[in-house]
Every structure is written in structure tokens, then in C-alpha cells.
Design a protein around this ligand. Sequence first.
Ligand SMILES: [Zn+2]
Length: 368
Amino acid sequence: MKIEFKGIYGQQGVIEFLTTYVHLLREEKVDSLFLEFVGPEGVGKLTSALEFAAAVNCEGEETVPCEVCPHCVQMLHLQHPDLMLLLPDMDADKWDGMLKRLEPRLFYSPIKQIKIDEIRSVEKELWRERPYSGRYRFVIVANGENLNQYAQNAFLKTLEEPYPRTVVIFIVSKPERILPTIHSRARKVRFNAVSFKDFQQYFETLDLRVSLPLLYRITFGSIGKAKRYVYSDFIRARSIFLKALREVDIQKLLELFKSPSGGLSEGQKKPRVKSEKYIEDFIDFYGTIGRDLLYTKSYLQEFIINSDLKDEIGEFAKSISEDRIIEMLKIYRELPFWLRANVDDSVIPYALIAPIVGRTYQDVFRNY
Ligand SMILES: [Zn+2]
């Protein structure tokens, strides 16, 4: 039997690990398994989890996943009765089509964090003695870091039960947000950033009108992020964001946060993807501006990430002190924690601008 994961790009180590486990599980040598897929966003962790689940349950004898047997088709289309998928951070557009097909097997939360009730529903499902139709059932948690502490604890209890023929996969791109108790229980499967060669190969056939080396650099090699950047016109929105930041233009920032193309004039390309992620994208971009400013001040421009904005960043560097840049980076690090406390998104522009107008991050976070 040959195991061939057609949807996994690069990631040799991951392929080897999963191949071993496909054999072990198909021979029923493992009862239950808890895996943590860790790695940068957009490198194919969810796709790999689904391909793995398909390969384990595939009816094929020669090449698995065969992609044509009922198990493969159902698994890869998220319709398999033994698949439970939790989406703590639902990207409405990305999942919309799938949601309609998947109910009621999917446990999702349209807000940022999944609720404990949903974890309980999964638990209830697992009390069934056997999978419905496959060899193993799969519980896949996408964006595991977006489970809040209570939900993570509830989930931990689920893991303590030895449910038979169950594979749990926790997909995580920010491991620092995962409870150590969960982290230590899982067998880690590490995903690397995609190499430039694989990245190039992936985008080869698309007419992106963007320099691929630039796209690779600003997304740190994340294919998922790169697709989002291109389709939401985020690359261009970056320069509007940077200008608004330099000019302390709160109104413009608020507009951008409503839509990444909010700063573009009428008649320009409309975004095809609109997702909550772009707020996170702007925050990440803010962090890279901070870094680029420090490099510019240290005459190390060759390390600048946002090389297409080198001139603007150079001008910005002249008007901002190093202390204030350090405050920018502190705010950048603090914001994710702050956002998890469900603070209104419209407060973010004020936080981002604070260090530029000479306030410290303590001033900003004091009241929260
Ligand atoms: Zn198959």
C-alpha cells in the first residue's frame, strides 16, 4: 500500500510522521491518539489533518487516500459522519459553503471563541462506543489557540477519557496561547514555513500582479496568508495604513478596519475576501513596521521586511524616537491578549496610535 498526500506541500517531516501513523491506525495498533499540529498560519495544517483522516479511513488498497472511495470523498468534503470539526475562529466566508453541507456534524462558533457547550456536545458524541462507519473518528480543532481558558479546560477533561478509536488533532499556530497541560499531553507534529520554491510553485499558475519574493517576505511564507493578502487587496491597504499611522489619522484607520480596501477610492478593485482576520493582519503588519523602523534607525535597511515601503518607513523613522518604537512593539505584543478579552475592535486604532503621539502602553491598557 502506498500513502500519498497530494494536498501537503513540502513538509517532509510531517509526511513521514503521518505515513507511519496511517499504517499503525489502519492496522488498529493504536487505540486513541492526541496530536498537536503546530506551525505558522496558512502552511496546510488543516488540509493535512483532513488528508490524514481520509488516509486512515480510506477503503483503497493500493494508494491511500484514494480520493474516490466514500470515506475519502466524505472526509475531504467535511461530510464524514466520523469527523467532528471545531472552528473556534470561524472565517465566515471561508466556511460558509461548507457549513451548509456539514450540519449538524460541525461544532462552530460564529464569534471569536468557542463555547463550552460545544465541547460538551463533542464529548457526548464520543461516548458512543464506536465510530459510525470508519475505522477511526477524528476530532479536529482548527485554530485551537482561540479556545478560551474555560473551553480549553473542558477540552482537557475530554482528553482524559480514553475514548476508543479516536484521533484528536489540535491545530495551533500560536502555541503560547495553549494551556501547558494540553500542550504537554499532545504529540507534536511540527509544520515549517513553506520554502520559497514551494511557495513559488503554488502561485505559479495564478496571475497575482504582485512580486512573489515580496509576498513571501511579508507573509513569512504562509500560503493561506498570501492568498488572503492578494484577494483582499491587503498589499495596497498596507501603504494606506502606514500613511494613516504617520499622520495620526484615526478616521482612516477605523475605515480600514471595517474593510481592508476601505481606503481605496471608488472604482478600484473590490475585495473578494472579507474576514475578521484582516484586523489581525493589520496588527501583524504594525509589528513589522516597528521592526523595520528599528532596522532603519540602525542603518540595517537590507533587513527590512516591507521593502516596497522602504521610502515611507525611512521618512517615518526620521520623525519617531527609538523609545516610541519600543512602545509600539510592546503594544503589538499586548494587543492579542487584550483582544481575547473581547474588547471592541474600534478601540484598536487608538491603541496603535498611542505610542506615536507619545503615550506609553501602560497609558493605553491601564483601564482594561
Ligand atoms: Zn479512499
